[in-house]
Design a protein around this ligand. Sequence first.
Ligand code: PLP
Length: 416
Amino acid sequence: MMSRTLAQADAEVAEIIQNELERQQNTLMLIPSENYASRAVMAAAGSVMTNKYAEGYPGKRYYNGCMYYDEIENLARDRAKSLFRADHANVQPHTGTSANMAAYYGLLKPGDRMLAMKIEHGGHLSHGMKINFSGQQYEAHFYGLSATSDQLDYDEIREQAKQVKPRLIVAGASAYPRAIDFRQFKEIADEVGAYCMADIAHIVGLVAAGAHPDPVPICDVVTSTTHKTLRGPRGALILCKAEHAKKIDRAVFPGVQAGPLMHIIAAKAVAFKEAQSLFFREYQRQILRNAQALAASLLEEGFRLVTGGTDNHLMLVDLRNKDITGKLAADLMEEAGMVVNKNLIPGDELSPDETSGIRPGTPGMTTRGMQEPEMHTIGKLITRVIHEGRTNEKVLAEVRKEVQELCDAFPIHEHL
Ligand SMILES: Cc1ncc(COP(=O)(O)O)c(C=O)c1O
């Protein structure tokens, strides 16, 4: 019973996983918050480390038998600290949202004011939205993007911070294509006596590789996911200054979580090691070059990009001049084998279900080994789908064929 393979033990689940593998192999994944974890990361995540409770921290566990769990968590913490040159790392948060929850829980009291980016302008659910715990536990106020540039305007944020007097300012976004100046955020936070927290869930790989301004030496606390540009397992981490270490650790456990996912912590350790390599630094730089190439290809075709371009791994395409919603564009692209997500754009009059934009990104395609010429081709394929896909099914089929050729030329997980 115990030693049967998945296929022998549960053919139904094995078949669904096989189908998903084929979907991943045979589509172009343009979602900037997704990636393909390495075989080594997946091996650690699928290991016997899933079997044990290890509540607590290395050297202070509430269960016996944790010697290897202490070793693995210490390794993951040390690697994270060295990768990001951080005073302290907590590698237990299950997801980006639980990392944010723990950071707020550690630094704030219920009802305290926080200031973060509006979701419609690129912020995240866990940055104070009313439908999320963060908007219910804390008094959330929001800054937006400048009406003229669609970019962060630090003078406007400063004025708002002076009025709101938040206890915490969140710098970070889910859909912002420009570099974030964490130094400016920290200065504003200092002026109003607030903590400065950076949420680098999206740009973490770029930060690790020195390809985006680094908040770690600047901000009080930095939260991040590990599964996006960092290319690790689905999970998160918190980095902070030594003075906040105790508060953050207590907030994660026992504050908002109990037993850590030790198999995922093992996989995070693997990902942190991978991220220390020169190969990874070059990978992140290629993500940026690919984003520039994809943006240029779309601009050539008359697409409007919010802010006019990108400094990072993603771009926000404003589809209003193409007379198509984000939802329809993303659905047509999926029919043609390209997976992208619809996204609100600043000033969007459509609902989050419809939206006027899409948010393509390059981390996944770069993992597959694609470079600027392929980005140019993908830009043309996106254009054909959006210009002609609604009325011409033949075009969708032709694009699907070209997508398949690209997928075949740049395979993932050939060993599986
Ligand atoms: C900026 C930001 N923070 C937090 C999260 C939450 O991560 P998770 O989905 O792992 O909870 C995301 C996810 O997209 C994000 O973009």
